[in-house]
Write a protein that binds this ligand. Structure first.
Ligand code: TRP
Length: 433
């Protein structure tokens, strides 16, 4: 089975080396696996919660999008989009808001921390706390549930939000699912690496500590200058130096092969000067990110190309979000008007006959399926599969994901059948589920 991995980055600032090592790089590597389907997005609605400077929001979302692409994200393999391009997300947020207990949100760490800070400062408990901040976890739950992600890579501080997402999903499934679940319960994935990269002063690299090494911003010069400021002990050239506990060495390790790590330690032990060590670190990092920086600069010079990529990503994402949202609206009672309490018989008559999937085996011994319209015309014809299970899995995916699964499905449209007709047939099936 394919695993759906989803994560977002809040677009309020620029990214640093810690974001690259801890989030971007591992996510891109994982997205290249055959059995992984990745969803990466700019959490720009979340950004509005923390920032009321429109220019900063605009700049940050462009920079972060360019960073993902420059770092090697392949938008044809990954669904890559801006949260704010998916209107189904705020729509789902509202449905979830209506099944989330206020008490549950009272317990959110981020909100509680703000309350504590207010009280400590002798202010009103809720001073400067917007409803956006308060409801932050529900918007995040909608991000995740909209695409039924199985795995959500996040930092430790976000684990509680994933737990809340599970609770909300469970509650919605229970209230409206009538025996079948709309939402997958996601798992947080906290990569040890995510937290590891130290900053210039040895504490975790973080904008709030002002100890970051910039990723692309400021060019090679800024990288060199930041590295020069990494705090080391005062051992002189020629004196043996300890790798253990050194921020410089930990950062080196994040870019080095095991052989390079061992060699670096041996040199330090043999008295390598810290100045030299910093030069080695610069060379190592720049070998990896230098080519990306060139790509980043080229992308930043052509925002319209990034825009086009994100529009395609939004279309891909909405092909999944829209049919699910239609089912959710139906489930909560936001339905097209029809006579109330119609007997089942009448309902059956009123509804147009549905298209059907059929699975079968051909004389070549292979397994096939097709989707036929109510009038018998073939809308989709699959290729042959080795096993009946493979055919069955594809049928299940098309039934549960609708047109969103089409691009990857090994099927061809019937003669004279339009893409729109297939999409409509699949969403009719989804709605009837
Ligand atoms: N709250 C996350 C952070 O600040 C960003 C985010 C928003 C996110 N929506 C998400 C992460 C959904 C994972 C999944 O780091």
């Amino acid at each position: 089975m394919t695993t759906r991995v989803l994560t977002g980055i809040t677009t309020t600032g620029i990214l640093h080396l810690g974001n690259y090592v801890g989030a971007i790089r591992p996510c891109i590597v994982a997205s290249r696996q055959a059995d992984v389907e990745s969803f990466f997005f700019m959490a720009d609605y979340h950004a509005l919660i923390k920032c009321d400077d429109p220019d900063r929001i605009e700049r940050s979302r462009l920079q972060i999008a360019a960073t993902w692409l420059a770092a090697g994200l392949d938008p044809s393999k990954v669904t890559f989009y801006r949260q704010s391009d998916i209107p189904e997300i705020p729509e789902l947020t509202w449905l979830l808001t209506c099944v989330t207990g206020k008490g549950q949100m009272n317990r959110a760490h981020a909100y509680k921390a703000s309350v504590d800070a207010n009280l400590a400062a002798g202010e009103d408990a809720d001073a400067n706390i917007s409803m956006g901040l308060y409801s932050y976890p529900i918007l995040m739950a909608a991000d995740i549930l909209m695409f039924n992600a199985h795995v959500v890579p996040v930092g430790k501080d976000q684990v509680q939000h994933i737990e809340m997402t599970r609770d909300v999903a469970q509650r919605f499934n229970h209230l409206f699912g009538q025996g079948h679940d709309f939402f997958v319960l996601p798992e947080a994935q906290v990569d040890a690496e995510m937290e590891l990269l130290p900053g210039l002063d040895g504490r975790k690299m973080s904008k709030s500590y002002d100890n970051v090494i910039p990723l692309f911003e400021g060019g090679a010069k800024a990288l060199r200058e930041a590295i020069a400021r990494i705090v080391t002990d005062s051992k002189l050239p020629g004196e043996p130096k300890q790798a253990e506990g050194s921020a410089l060495v930990t950062i080196y390790d994040a870019f080095a092969t095991p052989a390079q790590r061992a060699a670096f330690r041996a040199e330090l032990q043999a008295g390598l000067a810290w100045g030299e060590a910093k030069q080695r670190l610069y060379d190592l990092i720049d070998a990896e990110i230098g080519p990306m920086r060139a790509k980043y600069e080229a992308l930043m010079a052509h925002p319209e190309r990034i825009e086009a990529t994100l529009q395609e990503g939004a279309a891909k994402a909405r092909a999944l979000a829209a049919p699910l949202m239609a089912r959710l609206r139906e489930a909560v009672g936001l339905r097209r008007f029809q006579a109330l309490k119609a007997s089942t018989k009448e309902v059956a008559k009123a509804r147009p006959a549905l298209p059907v999937f059929k699975q079968y085996r051909e004389s070549d011994g292979r397994f096939y399926f097709k989707l036929s319209a109510a009038d018998g015309r073939v809308l989709l014809q699959s290729q042959g599969f080795e096993g009946g299970r493979d055919a069955g899995e594809w049928v299940k995916r098309l039934k549960t994901e609708g047109a969103g699964a089409l691009a990857a499905a090994p099927v061809e449209r019937g003669e004279g059948v339009s893409e729109a007709e297939v999409a409509e047939a699949l969403s009719a099936l989804l709605a009837a589920e």
